[in-house]
Design a protein around this ligand. Structure first.
Ligand code: HEM
Length: 229
């Protein structure tokens, strides 16, 4: 599916919203929630790594990886390496971010995988891993036959966008769940922290929307589309 409009202006919006989302999630967890730590007696600091790493990884880097074909005027082969490398970093940091949530639960005596958010989260990271492996084997190394690549490509795009939208939905549920926990423990419902968390979620959703818009719009001409005169 293609919108018939050029993707480049949408990709600028993606970069700006992505940087804003990262700044907001950092301000929330460092300024309002006390900071980030992998090892600490204050187990909340371990949890704080979770939203920060998830927004940085699957959401921001994953989004940038998806739009790399639409935002960069480079050769197709170069864009492919950028695409798979950004996704690999996103996957690794995403696994690290989920480990932080598990570590926080295990060290605080909290049950694992009891919520819809956590079920969708495990599904998203598993599907993301499967999608990356399939893409690597078919489109990069050792590479499928031309017929397999041709038939796989629309499914790769469709499934990739499905997993990405699921990641945005999962992150939104995460913001909702954490803010509900905090409000139930006394956080002011209209206080600055509550507004910041909701605003961060809205920016995350807008970011995801512009990633999808960019993905279904037209790429700029690739460097290797031009034949020498
Ligand atoms: C795509 C991004 C995300 C994924 C894949 C994801 C995945 C997960 C997973 C698998 C768990 C379960 C950990 C366990 O059971 O020990 C979890 C827990 C949690 N996550 Fe996320 N998460 C994401 C983003 C976020 C964000 C942005 C927040 C915002 C604060 C958040 C808040 C929470 C909370 C409060 C928990 C603990 C309660 C629960 O298990 O539901 N998550 N997440």
């Amino acid at each position: 599916m293609a919108l018939g409009v050029t993707a480049v202006p949408f990709t600028y919006v993606v970069h700006v919203l992505g940087v804003v989302a990262i700044i907001l999630v950092l301000v929330w967890n460092i300024h309002f929630r006390g900071g980030l730590a992998w090892d600490s007696d204050n187990k909340n600091l371990i949890f704080n790594l979770h939203p920060v790493l998830m927004i940085l990884s699957l959401i921001f880097l994953g989004g940038e990886a998806i739009i790399s074909y639409k935002s960069l005027p480079l050769k197709k082969e170069v864009k492919k390496v950028i695409h798979l490398t950004l996704h690999a970093i996103a996957l690794a940091l995403g696994i690290f971010g989920i480990s932080a949530a598990f570590k926080n639960h295990n060290e605080s005596g909290i049950a694992n995988l009891y919520s819809l958010h956590s079920w969708l989260g495990i599904s998203v990271i598993s599907l993301y891993g499967i999608q990356w492996l399939y893409g690597f084997v078919i489109f990069f190394f050792p590479g499928g036959t031309p017929a397999i690549r041709r038939e796989s490509l629309p499914w790769h795009v469709l499934f990739g966008l499905f997993v990405y939208v699921l990641a945005i939905a999962t992150a939104s549920l995460g913001f909702l769940e954490k803010l509900t926990f905090l409000e139930n423990s006394g956080l002011a419902k209209y206080g600055s922290e509550a507004l910041l968390v909701n605003f961060t979620a809205v920016i995350t959703i807008l970011f995801g929307a512009f990633v999808v818009l960019s993905a279904i719009s037209d790429a700029p001409p690739a460097e290797d589309d031009y034949a020498p005169i």
